[in-house]
Design a protein around this ligand. Structure first.
Ligand SMILES: [Zn+2]
Length: 272
């Protein structure tokens, strides 16, 4: 029995030692150069589960969202747009000391009614990726709101026409989703659409070429990590921000985790 205890003790000792070494390593490694792109969906105080039982997980209630922006401000982050990031890549602009990009997928009406006022309170900017065939349908942004948001510092990007995972479509259908969504918005008074978000985060190696051909400059995935000026601009990584179960602590944890992953060298996109 004594021997067993001794072994357990030794094992726990090694475990604790390794953990300490690992944490020290993370602590001692300088902050990664990469910056986060946050991935949001809804920001509403409505009970979203009435219409969609899955929506709960995608909704960050306004009071949590406000707390998150307060935290980012306290931490010295400056929001930039995707275009500013692209200018910096070309050496035409300088990034702030701690850049961050806020993105919103799907284009829910609450992005205008509830999210935008909180964003403006903080003097921050964001990018909204719109599913163009949902424009003006119940629960989604209409043209009026999209144009108004654009005037108030929100960049409008494409999240395709029908929100189908592109990898499940034929090359012709993919092209249509990418091309028509951009064209429709530009015809309706939205400034040139340069930014794209893959539905369900689904992409393959043909996507960067397809997007480039259709005059997009950036695309975001659902892959976790940070971005640098060396990141493939069509495979940018994001930090997903779902409904927070543990308030601001969870938000801080998610930012920390992205940084920790980046420090461990896992931010390089795995070519699979
Ligand atoms: Zn989506």
């Amino acid at each position: 029995m004594k021997i067993v205890f001794a072994w357990i003790k030794r094992f726990l000792g090694i475990l604790a030692g390794s953990l300490m070494a690992f944490l020290l390593y993370l602590y001692a490694t300088p902050a990664p150069e990469g910056f986060p792109v946050l991935e949001y969906h809804m920001v509403t105080s409505r009970d979203v589960t009435i219409t969609d039982s899955n929506a709960y997980a995608y909704n960050v209630p306004p009071e949590d969202f406000r707390e998150q922006l307060d935290y980012l401000q306290e931490q010295g982050y400056t929001t930039i747009s995707m275009l500013e990031y692209m200018k910096a890549r070309k050496g035409k602009a300088e990034l702030p000391e701690k850049p961050i990009i806020l993105t919103f997928d799907d284009g829910y009406m609450d992005n205008y009614a509830e999210m935008l006022p909180i964003l403006e309170e903080h003097g921050m900017k964001a990018t909204v990726y719109m599913i163009t065939n949902h424009i003006g349908t119940p629960g989604y942004l209409g043209w009026e709101e999209l144009r108004a948001m654009q005037e108030r510092g929100v960049e409008i990007g494409s999240h395709t026409a029908n929100h189908l995972p592109l990898t499940t479509l034929s090359p012709e259908e993919r092209e249509e989703e990418v091309y028509l969504s951009k064209l429709l918005m530009e015809w309706n008074g939205i400034r040139t659409v340069f930014s794209f978000s893959y539905p369900n985060g689904a992409y393959d190696e043909t996507m960067p070429g397809l997007l480039q051909k259709n005059e997009y400059l950036t695309a975001v995935t659902g892959d976790a990590g940070l971005n640098t000026v060396e990141t493939d601009p069509f495979l940018m990584q994001r930090v997903n921000i779902p409904h927070p179960r543990w308030g601001i602590l969870e938000f801080r944890y998610r930012l920390w985790k992205a940084e920790a992953f980046a420090k461990l060298g896992m931010w390089q996109h795995k070519k699979s």
